[in-house]
Design a protein around this ligand. Structure first.
Ligand code: ATP
Length: 482
């Protein structure tokens, strides 16, 4: 059953891609740690995005802004007043729950009463809700359904819906516990770009149109946080804000739409699993003129991985107003002065990692040397994303073979992360690296000592080729590129 994230979650844990945060203490909800393979995969995705944005566009430069920002930033951006989800107050007990805990509590009660089927159905409904926005509506539906089923159950007594701000706050400096000392952990990276608009324009000698890219942590105290790294409370964003002249904004918006879908394909995501979902005009955020999601077909359904927005001059104008500083562009040719419009592309790094894992995960029936069929689990990651690029295997633990294999390892590790493995049968070693998504396995055998060549086995086709050792690096390089 590939219709849930279960297989991905269990492979991620068993192979060391992703663990729950503070697991030995029972975990921290919706916070995750990357293990040895996960950290490599995440770095590769990060690198693929960064290269495509900054290295391949001479007019896009990077920044790395701090997570903590002046509190006025979040006033200007609208986050202090508007970045919230509905929450329910239980008037009777005066205890405040988050909507999801509350539903879970209720499901547990139903289960305890022995109606396991209904509890399971509710749980499933809860688990398969869509995005945060639709999720909360769904939660209400469940509550309402419960109310209607048994109005006198007293299970719920909700009379007030309160807005719950999603920003984490903390105290700044020694003057703790005063409202003035309150700072927020940024809920998006974009504002770090806007407030640096003048700094970058003046130092990087950029002219509109130009872009600023950033990768960094963002924090949201999500009301409903489940579905693994799809929705986390601490996550990473890769955002690019492209500053353009008003009037050219819709053109650029369409160009970035195409460019971004192209990037998803370039990291190996299958086209059939990608689509655009345009936001209807009447559902747009207050700052947006047009917006589209790039959606991926996750095992839990079509979901957003990236948002592309025409943010107009909203952000820069707001920061002009709140900071009292001009955030304008002066066009030396036309002598025009204007606040640029912004086309934003915003993608979650962790969600993107999850997408690459989901898209790569396969279970295949294969026949072993003895003619027995078995299932192999393989991650068909794009070779440039593979945490380990090559496995290096001496056929058996003979010193001559070991020495040769070690020499190949030393050479290839100048360029890639490779893994030496001398334990178990070659078949077992292949399987281990199939699950890690390693595209090439290199075996050193007795013939190698004669012909100075090795056997390269390909992860996806399981085909084998004989390649001379001195051409190995070039060979792998060409393979990754093609
Ligand atoms: P949603 O409606 O799903 O909450 P959003 O529209 O609020 O998402 P944006 O603010 O546009 O999301 O963020 C841009 C991208 O950042 C998203 O497409 C997603 O990939 C990622 N992202 C947002 N929130 C989270 C989160 N809690 N965990 C992981 N990634 C996230």
């Amino acid at each position: 059953d590939l219709n849930s994230l279960d297989k991905i979650v269990s492979l991620a844990k068993s192979r060391g891609f992703i663990f729950q945060s503070s697991e030995i203490y029972g975990g921290l909800a919706a916070v995750y740690d990357y293990g040895p393979l996960g950290v490599e995969l995440k770095r590769r995705v990060n690198e693929a995005w960064w290269t495509s944005m900054t290295q391949k566009h001479e007019n896009i430069v990077g920044v790395d802004a701090a997570i903590l920002m002046h509190p006025k930033v979040w006033k200007a951006s609208g986050h202090v007043d508007g970045f919230s989800d509905p929450m329910i107050d239980d008037k009777e007990s005066k205890r405040r729950y988050r909507a999801d805990m509350l539903i879970e509590d209720h499901i547990r009660k139903i289960e305890e009463k022995g109606d396991t089927e209904r509890a399971a159905a509710l749980q499933q409904q809860l688990d398969t809700c869509g995005t945060r926005k639709s999720m909360t509506e769904d939660l209400y539906d469940i509550i309402m359904a419960e109310e209607i089923r048994s109005p006198d159950s007293g299970a719920f007594n909700w009379t007030e819906v309160r807005q719950f701000n999603l920003m984490f706050s903390t105290q700044f400096g020694a003057t703790a516990n005063t409202e003035d000392a309150k700072v927020y952990l940024r809920p998006e990276t974009a504002q770090g770009i806007f407030v640096n608009f003048n700094n970058v324009m003046n130092t990087a000698r950029q002219q509109v149109p130009f872009g600023i890219a950033q990768i960094g942590k963002a924090f949201r105290n999500e009301v409903v946080a489940r579905q693994f790294v799809f929705r986390m409370r601490e996550f990473e964003q890769m955002e690019m804000q492209y500053f353009v002249a008003p009037g050219s904004d819709e053109d650029w918006y369409l160009r970035w739409k195409e460019e971004r879908i192209g990037w998803h394909k370039s990291i190996g995501i299958r086209e059939k699993n990608l689509r655009f979902l345009d936001h209807p005009q009447d559902k747009l955020a207050h700052y947006a003129k047009s917006a589209v999601d790039v959606q991926y077909r996750f095992p839990i359904g079509w979901q957003e991985v990236e948002g592309i927005h025409n943010r107009t001059d909203f952000d820069l104008s707001q920061h002009q107003e709140f900071s009292g500083k001009k955030l304008e562009y002066f066009n030396p040719q036309t002598k025009e002065r204007f606040v640029p419009y912004v086309i934003e592309t915003s993608i979650g790094l962790d969600r993107c990692v999850l997408m690459t894992l989901c898209d790569a995960y396969r279970e295949e029936e294969v026949t072993d040397e003895k003619g027995k069929t078995e299932t192999r689990t393989v991650l068909k990651l794009h070779p440039k994303l593979a945490p380990i690029t090559a496995g290096i295997f001496p056929l058996i633990k003979k010193p001559e073979l070991m020495e040769k294999a070690r020499a190949i390892q030393a050479e290839l590790s100048e360029t890639w992360r490779v893994q030496f493995d001398e334990k178990g049968s070659i078949g077992k070693r292949y399987r281990r690296l199939d699950e890690a998504g390693t595209p090439y396995c290199i075996t050193v055998d007795f013939e190698t000592l004669e012909d100075q060549a090795v056997t390269v086995r390909h992860r996806d086709t399981m085909a084998q080729e004989r390649i001379p050792i001195d051409g190995l690096e070039r060979y792998i390089r060409d393979q990754i590129k093609s």
